[in-house]
Ligand binder design. Structure first.
Ligand code: TYM
Length: 331
């Protein structure tokens, strides 16, 4: 029997954060034994915000190396770069024609990004979720592991699959999101009511997967908490709650055990220990990354083989789509 398909993507638009790791990358590896997994570095999504070409090239390889460092095995999972498989852009165009402007106008991420931007908005930012739907639907994906912030985009992908299927007959599998109950939304260390994001202007707001020990200690020490002074897990103490979530995911200890250990200790000791938990959690990833990033030939081999394999499967779907909409085949 054919294995079910998993697809996910990460943008190379900045250095990856602990939020990317806990919400997404950390969960990718455990799926690769049971499913046919595709993990893509979505460079075409990244150019919807200004990029410096040289940096984008570097960060694309960084994300690929981090995929492997976080436990993805290129023998088991297909690792590739989005722009290497033109079918993503091609399907995206067709899907644009079944997408309503009103739907895209309602996308929270677009609304937030357009609020923050003082320049003229580019159309790519608006149709971004359609390209994301194309990524997913091309592989007849069953499951998409993502953080909470991508839920709305996933709903759009499901909606477009269903609309296309209704209009042209059954073509796409309708994908399901895989969002962990715990850790799917890691918050900013400086404002626990907003998401930890690599585009935050305050570098104390996030921890990077590749941050050194001292930066991790410093950022956690400065993390915003509250004046209650007691370690407890509650919505009234969102900063602390976020830190406890991070502790829990990375140490695999449950929240009650952690709260019990620190309830009579105060925040200082808790934060000190949390920093060590984060450092220990990231150390093996950092070590593997450091080895890999200098092995350019190896990385090149991985992304070339990955693109060949991805393209083979993507083209099967794209050919079906082109036929259904009425394009004449070239050969
Ligand atoms: P991106 O690159 O912003 O983030 C990559 C993954 O990290 C998750 N994430 C978080 N999880 C928990 N807490 C956080 N603070 C946090 N910040 C980020 C995201 O949910 C995501 O899973 N549009 C996508 C990339 C994409 C994609 C796809 C994903 C393009 N095509 C197809 C899945 C399937 C994005 O911008 O993710």
């Amino acid at each position: 029997m054919n294995k079910k398909v998993v697809f996910s993507g990460v943008q190379p638009s900045g250095s990856l954060t602990l939020g990317n790791y806990i919400g997404a990358l950390r969960n990718f590896g455990e799926l690769q034994n049971e499913y046919d997994c595709y993990y893509c570095v979505v460079d075409m999504h990244a150019i919807t915000v200004p990029q410096i070409a040289k940096d984008l090239r570097k960060r694309t390889l960084d994300v690929l190396a981090l995929y492997i460092a976080c436990g993805l095995d290129p023998e088991k999972s297909t690792l590739f770069v989005q722009s290497h498989v033109p079918a993503h852009a091609e399907l995206s165009w067709v899907l644009n024609t079944v997408t309503y402007m009103g739907q895209l106008n309602r996308m929270t991420q677009f609304k937030e990004k357009s609020r923050k931007s003082d320049e003229n908005l580019n159309a790519g930012l608006f149709t971004y979720p359609v390209l994301m739907a194309a990524d997913i639907l091309l592989y007849q994906t069953d499951f998409v592991p993502v953080g909470e912030d991508q839920k709305q985009h996933l709903e759009l992908a499901r909606d477009l699959a269903e609309r296309f299927n209704n209009k042209y007959s059954e073509t796409f599998k309708v994908p399901e999101p895989l969002i962990k109950e715990f850790g799917a939304r890691i918050m900013s260390l400086q404002n626990p009511l907003s998401k930890m994001s690599k585009s935050d202007s305050d570098e104390n707001a996030y921890i990077l997967i590749l941050d050194d020990k001292d930066s991790i200690r410093r950022k956690i020490k400065r993390a915003v908490t509250d004046s209650e002074g007691v370690v407890a897990y509650s919505d009234e103490q969102p900063g602390l709650k976020n830190l406890i979530n991070i502790y829990s995911v990375l140490s695999s200890e449950d929240v009650e055990t952690i709260v019990k250990r620190y309830e009579s200790e105060g925040y200082g000791k808790f934060k000190e220990d949390l920093a060590e938990v984060v450092i220990a959690g990231l150390a093996p990833i950092q070590a593997t990354y450091a080895n890999l990033i200098n092995s350019k030939d190896y990385l090149e081999k991985i992304y070339k083989e990955g693109a060949d394999k991805a393209e083979y499967h993507a083209m099967k779907t794209l050919r079906k789509v082109y036929k259904k909409v009425g394009f004449i085949p070239r050969r």
